[in-house]
Design a protein around this ligand. Structure first.
Ligand code: BEZ
Length: 212
């Protein structure tokens, strides 16, 4: 069964490169990114894990824990991580789930049989501190993910969790935002006393509230 936005992220206990993890307990009050890759010792995955390791401080800054998964066992991940450190210039500094029985992969519907009936696709789940799924993205095996985009979405999710705003196309942290469609002008006056620009009655913009 597919995991959808707003669902509680399925909990599990699994072996990882940093020891056994009970997922919800490990997340604690943090945000989480759970991402799968198809197979160990493959080129695109090697670059992805190296890149995530490099930008881990950006996840830390946002109170986000990252965890990877493939259907290979932990001892394979550990050996592969030596190659990643050597070729990508940084050790893998987050846990990688070993899932040879596909327990977690099945729980999160990460195997799409019409794409490949044994390997996981490139899934990404962003999970909030309430353990609800906030974002799902699925990429094919042949396309490495843009993890800067994942950070950008997390910035939007964290902002919109705090303020009744939405973020426009291609928004990045610091750009103007949009007043949520459900917010009336009267409510907006209370929420945003600094004012806003009405482009259309349904399109009201204002500087990002926590930057102004
Ligand atoms: C890769 O990571 O390069 C890859 C993995 C599985 C299938 C195709 C490419």
């Amino acid at each position: 069964m597919a995991v959808r936005l707003g669902d509680t992220a399925p909990d599990f206990t699994a072996p990882t490169t940093q020891g056994e993890i009970s997922f919800h307990e490990w997340l604690g009050d943090s945000w989480g990114v759970l991402f799968s890759h198809p197979k160990d010792f493959t080129p695109v995955c090697t670059t992805e894990l190296g890149y995530v390791a490099k930008i881990k401080p950006e996840f830390d800054k946002r109170n986000v824990k990252v965890i990877g998964l493939s259907v290979d066992p932990v001892d394979s991940h550990v050996t592969w991580e030596e190659d990643i450190a050597e070729t990508q210039g940084t050790p893998v500094n987050f846990p990688m789930i070993g899932d040879p029985e596909r327990t977690v992969a099945d729980l999160y519907d990460m195997i799409h049989p019409n794409a490949n009936d044994t390997l996981t696709v490139r899934s990404v789940f962003v999970i909030g501190p309430d353990k609800k799924v906030k974002l799902t993205i699925t990429y094919p095996a042949s396309t490495g993910r843009n993890f800067d985009e994942i950070l950008r979405v997390i910035d939007s999710l964290q902002l919109t969790a705090q303020y009744k705003v939405a973020t426009p196309a291609n928004w990045t942290d610091g750009d103007d935002v949009i007043i949520g469609a459900a917010v009336t002008d009267d409510e907006a006056k209370q929420l945003f006393p600094q004012g806003w620009t009405t482009v259309k009655p349904y399109l009201r913009t204002l500087p990002q509230p926590n930057k102004a």
